[in-house]
Design a protein around this ligand. Structure first.
Ligand SMILES: C[S@@+](CC[C@H](N)C(=O)[O-])C[C@H]1O[C@@H](n2cnc3c(N)ncnc32)[C@H](O)[C@@H]1O
Length: 369
């Protein structure tokens, strides 16, 4: 018995090594975003699951075994699958896993000690339990299985990775950035900017994109790339002093951090030279008038302070086209940026403007009429 288990475990190890190249490398390389994007729509096979989530998965499976489950099917051929087979073998229950169901792209499975079948083969199975062997890709695996499962076996899942924003185009554009975006006032800032642009393109809006507070131009480049990808001709107009935070005009101008100061305007110009981007250097309180006659599709307000945000808002509030949006980096947040409160107070003016719809916790004001 012992030698049989050792042989099986050895096969699993051998299989893991053989299949490591590609999946693991892709996840750790700079191209991870685009690789993930392709996989999420075509061949869901990533295997990342936190160890505490795996422990919960296995615990739930143990419960089912104790209740008498005899036949287990595994959805997905992933690192979790190998871990699970290994765990089951180590407790002498390897044979309870009757089959692994995988996408056709899963190859080189001849050495796995469990048969690997297409999802369609679930139609001929009668498992007591189906274990979903992926965190992020669990929805894809369940969708692939559901047309074929005739009974209602107990399903075991773990982790919350499926709740992540999983848009391939978004991840691709993000992975292309050479200069990182500092749009991090709240965790979903970039996602919301991307969604607003996508929605505006679907509506066929015309106008410009404005960014108040460019810093090194990381987000400016992101916005410009997404606009191009959407096939729109919206220019991006970016504002910054490129000389640090101006002297305080208000008690609400509370933020001034050396980590947010970038003065090399020519470097930003070089970085954005090939893009449809206009850079307006100077204090936003004075330069924001550049937008007085523009129709605006999207404004990103990231000045950190009250005075420039208020000045920008006084224009963009009235120039934003229906279907467009105003997004603040510091209207909401989680445990960070206490001293950017002034930007939020400036933005609060929109809460009583019926033309705008704001969902709490987003910092996105959607122009609805
Ligand atoms: C947090 S950084 C912006 C980050 C950038 N939006 C990004 O996503 O990478 C804030 C920027 O606002 C600029 N800023 C603050 N007050 C300003 C003002 N009154 N006029 C122009 N720029 C200002 C600062 O110079 C700084 O570069």
């Amino acid at each position: 018995m012992r030698s049989k288990l050792t042989t099986r475990a050895g096969r699993i190890e051998e299989f893991k090594v053989k299949n490591r190249t590609g999946r693991d490398d892709a996840a750790s390389s700079g191209q991870a975003g685009s690789d993930i994007a392709q996989q999420s729509t075509a061949t869901p096979s990533r295997a990342r699951m936190r160890s505490d989530d795996y422990a919960k998965l296995f615990q739930d499976l143990e419960q089912e075994l104790l209740k008498g489950a005899k036949s287990i099917g595994v959805l997905g051929l992933t690192g979790v699958t190998f871990q699970l087979i290994s765990s089951m073998i180590s407790v002498g229950l390897g044979s309870r896993i009757e089959a692994v169901y995988a996408f056709p792209s899963a190859t080189e499975v001849d050495r796995l000690p469990v048969p690997v079948r297409p999802f369609a083969a679930l139609a001929d199975s009668n498992h007591d339990v189906l274990v979903v062997a992926s965190d992020e890709d669990k929805e894809d695996l369940l969708r692939a299985a559901i047309p074929f499962v005739k009974s209602a076996p107990k399903v075991i899942v773990a982790g919350y990775g499926h709740l992540q924003f999983r848009d391939g185009a978004f991840l691709q554009e993000l992975s292309k950035l050479l200069v990182p975006s500092l749009a991090n006032g709240y965790p979903n800032t970039l996602i919301h900017l991307y969604q607003c642009l996508t929605n505006a393109a679907q509506l066929g809006l015309n106008g410009v994109i404005a960014e108040f507070g460019m810093f090194k131009g990381g987000t400016t480049m992101f916005l410009s790339q997404v606009v191009e990808r959407l096939g729109m001709d919206w220019p991006v107009i970016g504002f910054d002093t490129f000389a640090g935070f101006p002297p305080r005009r208000s008690l609400l101008d509370m933020y001034d951090h050396e980590g947010c100061v970038f003065t090399d305007l020519s470097a930003v110009k070089r970085y954005l030279a090939s893009r449809n981007v206009e850079i307006i250097p100077g204090d936003i309180v004075e330069t924001c008038h550049r937008l007085e006659t523009e129709d605006i599709v999207l404004s990103f307000i990231d000045t950190d302070n009250y005075s420039p945000a208020k000045a920008a808002l006084e224009i963009v509030q009235h120039r934003t086209v229906v279907g467009g949006a105003i997004v603040f980096d510091h209207f909401t947040g989680v445990d960070r940026f206490r001293y950017t409160l002034g930007e939020r107070i400036a933005g609060s003016a929109l809460l009583s403007d019926p033309r705008y719809f704001h969902l709490h916790g987003t910092g996105v004001f959607y122009r609805q009429r």
